[in-house]
Design a binder for this molecule. Structure first.
Ligand code: GCO
Length: 471
């Protein structure tokens, strides 16, 4: 993929992306499918966790969500109508293997068969993610990701899905955000399975990476053309505005959030500073000889989920963040500035610097923005959602991505998070990230102004100059 992009594509006032740039949107199974008890689907850790009092806002669950399991054909038509070229979705492990292993549930695979065929019939390329946090409960009952065996079960599951879909799916993502699965799921406990042990989190992180390597190897053997790993990455910015690892808070948080996953997957080794922290929180007994060779499988794409930088500063006496073991004395307060409805700072430049860092430090892998987007307090008025803030957010981040590409970043595409408003984990349905509004009472879909704007961007393969929306 050429990364040279003409600044204006020959026309005054335009910002053009390379031919073949992949424009799409992303979702995840538990967040949109619903039908949690249908066609043989087994229970996932999120089915149980969302039913625990106080874990999810107002007791919301994924039982119905966007009812995508039944409405997928209409949703695919909606995608095609917006001109999407790619759709990133996740396969629910408990639909395919209800207890996580053993015999395949054919009805579960049938759904993804139908979905892939519908996408291809509408010219939309499927980008399945094999794990987006909905671990079968039966495997959690055996230790979940703290159990080394689950990594091997994951590779078996990946093989089963590829056996059904591999003739039509080219690009396979193993994991979505192993840091979130491990450190929000097993350390802070704000995500399923809700455990609160730093030692468990480091074990889970390692076994997730091991599962990635085992699955990548199995997929490659089965003939997969492209393999990706999706990470939630962020520039870590110190009080002086710097990102380099000169300050201890920046080094620690960058190591735990970014390099703990980038280096094993792309360099075949853990960073020494991360090993030191893990050794102090439960030890390194879970890392066996040969594991890093298994994890370090060649992959074609690094998926980047970018929302905002992580801001850190010395905070003497502050307790450790529950998600960052060893972060005593570190503050995580962003500087004043515009935020989304999640309270996340809006910093498009962070995407540019992240893409340039990844290109510099890990040049052997292509890049794909697999999630970028924002929640805002959307309101329907006269059948329309005028989400100018979201348009501004997306416009600014696409400009940042374009600037990184112009500086040499090998960025292959951009998938907006998310196609639909959906179940935002512990926030339930209170946070709307979609470019398409979902009225959960009626399941009616309303393309927001941002969807119509994105359709224009895709059709032009670029942006107009100046402030967003200038024509
Ligand atoms: C993530 C997950 C998504 C979230 C989105 C907004 O990146 O956290 O992949 O499932 O819904 O990022 O938080």
């Amino acid at each position: 993929m050429s990364t040279t992009t003409s600044a204006n594509g020959g026309e005054p006032g335009r910002l053009v992306f390379p031919d073949g740039f992949v424009w799409g949107a992303a979702t995840a199974a538990y967040q949109i499918e619903g039908a949690c008890d249908e066609d043989g689907r087994g229970s996932s850790i999120w089915d149980g966790f969302s039913r625990l009092p106080g874990k999810v806002a107002d007791g919301h669950t994924g039982d119905v969500a966007c009812d995508h399991y039944h409405r997928y054909a209409d949703d695919v038509r909606l995608m095609a109508g917006l001109g999407l070229r790619a759709y990133r979705f996740s396969v629910a492990w408990p639909r395919v293997l209800p207890t996580g292993s053993g015999p395949v549930n054919p009805l579960g695979l049938d759904f993804y068969d139908r979905l892939v065929d519908e996408l291809l019939a509408h010219g939309v390329t499927p980008y399945p993610t094999l794990y987006h946090w909905d671990l079968p409960q039966a495997l959690e009952d055996m230790g979940g990701w703290t159990s080394r065996d689950v990594a091997y079960r994951f590779a078996d599951y990946a093989t089963a899905v590829h056996a059904r879909l591999g003739d039509r799916v080219r690009t396979w993502t193993t994991l979505n955000e192993p840091w979130v699965a491990a450190f929000l799921g097993y350390c802070s406990g704000v995500h399923a399975p809700g455990r609160r042990s730093p030692a468990a989190a480091f074990r889970a992180a390692h076994h997730l990476l091991l599962g990635h390597g085992l699955a990548a190897s199995a997929l490659r053997t089965a003939g997969a053309a492209e393999i990706a790993l999706v990470l939630n990455l962020a520039p870590v910015i110190g009080p002086d505005g710097g990102e380099d690892g000169t300050s201890a808070p920046v080094t620690l948080v960058d190591g735990l959030l970014n390099r703990q996953f980038l280096d094993p997957a792309l360099r075949g080794r853990y960073p020494g500073d991360v090993l030191d922290i893990a050794a102090r929180h439960g030890g390194l007994g879970h890392i066996e000889d040969g594991d890093l060779e298994i994890i370090h499988q060649p992959i074609e794409l690094l998926g980047i989920n970018y929302y905002n930088p992580s801001f850190v500063s010395p905070a003497p006496g502050a307790p450790a963040s529950r998600a960052f073991p060893g972060s005593e004395g570190i503050g995580f307060d962003p500087p004043p500035g515009p935020t989304t409805a999640m309270g996340w700072p809006i910093v498009p430049a962070g995407l540019e610097s992240l893409l340039l860092r990844l290109s510099r430090d890990y040049p052997e892998v292509g890049l794909l923005v697999t999630e970028n987007g924002a929640a805002f307090d959307d309101v329907v008025r006269d059948g329309r959602v005028c989400d100018t803030e979201r348009i501004g957010y997306l416009d600014a981040h696409l400009r940042a991505a374009h600037a990184a590409m112009s500086a040499g970043a090998d960025l292959r595409g951009y998938l907006v998070w998310s196609l639909l408003d959906n179940f935002e984990w512990a926030y339930g349905y209170h946070k709307r990230f979609g470019i398409v509004y979902v009225d959960y009472a009626t399941q009616r879909r309303i393309p927001k102004d941002s969807a119509l704007w994105y359709r224009e961007v895709i059709s032009r393969n670029g942006l107009s100059y100046g402030a967003q929306g200038d024509r």
